[in-house]
Write a protein that binds this ligand. Structure first.
Ligand code: G3I
Length: 331
């Protein structure tokens, strides 16, 4: 059943947040989402008007939740989950098992493999348990692959071996059977060595009956450089029976952005969105922030910026229209 809609909504969900009419084989509730870093009123106004899903940009990462062992800080994550519940928004959980933004204690504690397994399971149990029934999809394993398709040598891979992925998914499903459990990564949008590595793992996990339900394609793009194989690549994962979602879409531009680049960016937002919606099991598209005022891009890619659909003054950029056109193909 379609969730109740706020009486005032923008074009990005256009009053039909499930897009059920677009692709009959698709999941019943396709989502248009945004990552949220903080909650100044202009951001939440846009979020509530335009989106029906929200991801915590940082608040659910392990270092935020449990900075020192057994000492939890749920405040920011709780606020986000409560905000979503109050505004009929779904929540994507992000992220449980990652090589980055972990507290220092799991790596520094000189734990045995068995102790580390117990620690990781407790983390997964605790986070899923706290938000049981309130999160529709979790990025359980994040960025587990190298560019050549091999497994990244993280703390988890190094100490636990590649079986940590299956274990994390099984533990997650045992803690809360309701959310769709995802593997999420970047630079896997194209048909390339990295997406091949993930594809092979996904196939193996499914053959073993591991509760893997979806693949998150982060989709951090450079303007004008969307991979031409994106749709076919998403489809091969969908053909395995998995959901596919764009989980962190942004399109960065060398600064200062020209009007031609802003127009190209709009096309890129539209094409990326169409590439997902054109695949039967596309479950949604999430943008990695709302406004260029709060974006990870300038701090990481020197000289780049303007990656999101709204400018720093909360004005809709051409990218907003591109995203809207992509989400509403019959409009
Ligand atoms: O929380 C500390 C704060 O106490 C301190 O004062 C401040 C000083 O720099 O740092 C704060 O932590 C920062 C954190 O964001 C929260 O703001 C980290 O330094 C900063 O590295 C961190 O960046 C985030 C990054 O992930 C690493 O976790 C970005 O905001 C976030 O956009 C980015 O998101 C990732 C996805 O999770 C996974 N995919 C890639 C994507 C982009 O890198």
């Amino acid at each position: 059943m379609r969730p109740p809609r706020s009486p005032v909504h923008g074009n990005l969900t256009a009053g039909r947040g499930d897009w059920g009419d677009v692709a009959p084989a698709s999941p019943p509730h396709r989502r248009s989402g945004a990552a949220l870093r903080n909650r100044p009123p202009p951001v939440t106004t846009v979020l509530n008007r335009e989106f029906n899903s929200v991801t915590a940009e940082n608040a659910m990462k392990w270092d935020a939740l449990e900075p020192s062992r057994n000492s939890y800080n749920w405040a920011a994550a709780d606020r986000l989950v409560n905000h979503a519940a109050a505004h009929n928004q779904g929540v994507r959980g992000h992220t449980l098992v990652w090589h980055y933004q972990n507290p220092s204690w799991p790596a520094n504690g000189n734990f045995s493999a068995s102790e580390l397994n117990t620690i990781l399971r407790k983390h997964i149990d605790t986070a899923l348990g706290r938000y049981k029934g309130k999160i529709y999809a979790w990025d359980v394993v994040n960025e587990a692959f190298n560019e050549d398709g091999s497994m990244r040598n993280s703390l988890w891979q190094g100490k636990l071996g590649s079986g940590y992925v299956a274990n994390a998914l099984r533990w997650g499903h045992a803690a809360d059977p309701s959310p769709k459990l995802y593997i999420n990564d970047y630079n896997i949008e194209a048909d390339n060595a990295k997406s091949d590595g993930l594809y092979n793992l996904a196939r193996q996990l499914l053959a073993q009956g591991v509760p893997l339900h979806g693949i998150g394609f982060q989709a951090h793009f450079v303007v004008g450089r969307l991979p031409s194989s994106m749709k076919a690549n998403l489809k091969r994962f969908s053909d395995l029976g998995l959901e596919v979602s764009i989980t962190e879409l942004d399109v960065r531009i060398p600064m200062p952005a020209s009007s031609a680049e802003l127009a190209q960016q709009s096309t890129d937002y539209k094409t990326a969105t169409e590439n997902c919606l054109g695949v039967p099991r596309c479950a949604g598209v999430t943008v990695w922030g709302i406004t260029d005022k709060y974006s990870w891009v300038p701090g990481t890619f020197s000289g780049y910026g303007a990656a999101l659909p709204y400018n720093g003054s909360y004005g809709a950029k051409p990218a907003y229209q591109g995203l809207s056109d992509g989400l509403n193909p019959q409009a």
